[in-house]
Design a protein around this ligand. Structure first.
Ligand code: AMP
Length: 440
């Protein structure tokens, strides 16, 4: 197995890695670091949790250290673009941690905070600038940021950047950069639109990937629970009760949904908080810190707010609703099983979400183990197996519907597994009590 020294990194970086207790490079680091050191452009497919931030930050810092020169006034030597403020802040922090013995100036630019500190830092000149595209454009327009001396451009989470509609901003920013530069391009997935952008920005790139396109991390055990929409809360209560206080991240599709789930769980006395785009930067940082410090056990998030959240020890990711874009599933479940740990991902799939599930399975090239939620229990097995052998006391499915999984006028057969009389009621008392028992 390679070690960091054999990858050619300078001693001050090796010292930081010892302090960070990184024993050996991750696979993506072993591939990427030598290529960046030799000056190649790079097209990398890597998901969060693979160690990709260090994969670019370490060799970039190495290159800056090998060719020391003053940072340009009003500009930067290295520009890193990231889709969200949380991710930009984390990348900036990684550069500071890995570069702690090198004395480089690192600045971050993102919305929701005062533009004055980055403006002042830029005036002095920064070695590494980490920015979200929108706010960087504001600085360019205001004349604070001049990028014509930038030596290295890193684009992180390019697919998310496109999803968030940053493509024009990215093109505008890249047009400000010199043509002679090194460009490193990272994306968790590589749909055609991302490939096109990569082709426009990169010059004869070397290609690497940490995992095949769209595959989900091996260490995550995944399952999907088919559950009627109005039983999702009860199903969630059961999952949380069975969690034994595990650190859990719950995804919802909308901000309102995140608040509603948070309110629901809080009434059981659980330590929860929701994070989404309507929260101020201060609130978001406070909530993330509380989750990191285990002051709260359950975080409910929307896709955008959760992007780039780097918190070790998330044991369980629950998709309360399936995402509209299948790639988001890969990002979501990648929040668990980070840095070598293992984790669980459970997705609640209502009858209206079958299409999303099919697309996720197509993208990840797997059939996710499925269960059918009935009152208080989840019965393991595929839908077809369930259909062939209905649980005792449950109505037998109509053969055609069961075999095809298509709904008749009364809805899907698995939705009718719950006796009518019990519909709309909360989870069994024993379950509810145990949900409370996990509360502090
Ligand atoms: P990333 O994929 O960049 O979001 O990194 C995921 C996590 O892995 C972060 O918490 C890093 O601090 C950690 N990490 C990165 N590289 C290593 C390594 N070589 N050894 C141990 N942990 C690492």
């Amino acid at each position: 197995m390679k070690d960091f020294k054999s990858l050619g990194l300078a001693e001050p970086l090796l010292a930081s890695l010892r302090q960070a207790n990184y024993a050996a490079p991750t696979p993506i680091q072993a591939k990427v670091i030598p290529l960046v050191i030799e000056g190649s452009d790079l097209l990398a497919i890597a998901q969060t949790g693979t160690g990709k931030t260090a994969a670019f930050a370490l060799p970039v810092l190495h290159r800056l250290a090998k060719d020391r020169r003053a940072a340009p006034h009003g500009g930067c030597r290295v520009l890193v673009l990231a889709p969200t403020r949380e991710l930009a802040a984390q990348i900036g922090e990684s550069f500071r941690v890995y570069g702690r013995h090198l004395g480089f100036a690192v600045a971050t630019i993102f919305g929701g905070v005062s533009p004055r500190p980055p403006r002042q830092a830029l005036a002095r000149g920064v070695d590494v600038l980490v920015a979200t595209p929108g706010r960087l454009i504001d600085h360019i327009r205001a004349g604070d940021a001049k990028l014509d001396k930038t030596e290295i451009l890193v684009i992180d989470e390019a697919d998310q950047m496109l999803d968030l509609g940053f493509v024009r901003d990215m093109r505008r920013i890249v047009s400000e950069l010199p043509l002679r530069r090194q460009t490193l391009f990272f994306s968790a997935t590589m749909p055609a639109a991302v490939s096109r952008i990569a082709a426009a920005f990169l010059n004869s790139p070397k290609r690497v990937s940490a995992a095949p396109i769209g595959t989900t991390a091996d260490r995550i055990s995944q399952r999907v629970i088919h559950v009627r929409g109005d039983r999702k809360r009860a199903c969630l209560d059961e999952l949380i009760a069975a969690n034994n206080g595990a650190r859990t991240l719950i995804f919802t599709r909308t901000k309102r949904g995140a608040d509603k789930v948070a309110q629901h769980l809080a009434t059981s006395g659980l330590r929860v908080a929701a994070i989404h785009g309507n929260k101020s930067q201060n609130q978001r940082e406070r909530i993330l810190k509380a989750f990191r410090n285990a002051a709260i056990d359950i975080l409910i998030a929307t896709d955008i707010a959760a992007r780039g959240i780097d918190i070790d020890g998330i044991q369980h990711v629950i998709n309360y609703e399936l995402p509209d874009v299948p790639e988001a599933y890969v990002h979501r479940i990648g929040r668990t099983a980070r840095a070598g740990a293992s984790g669980h991902a459970t997705s609640l799939c209502g009858s209206s979400e079958r299409r999303q599930l099919r697309e996720i399975e197509k993208l990840t090239r797997q059939t996710i183990k499925s269960e059918v939620h009935t009152e208080g229990v989840s019965e393991t097995g595929t839908l077809t197996a369930q259909a062939a052998q209905p649980a005792p006391g449950k109505p037998a499915p109509k053969t055609k519907q069961a075999a095809t999984g298509k709904s008749g006028s009364n809805g899907h057969w698995w939705e009718r597994a719950t006796p009518k009389a019990q519909r709309g009621k909360s989870a069994p008392h024993g379950r509810r009590r145990s949900a409370r028992a996990t509360a502090p």
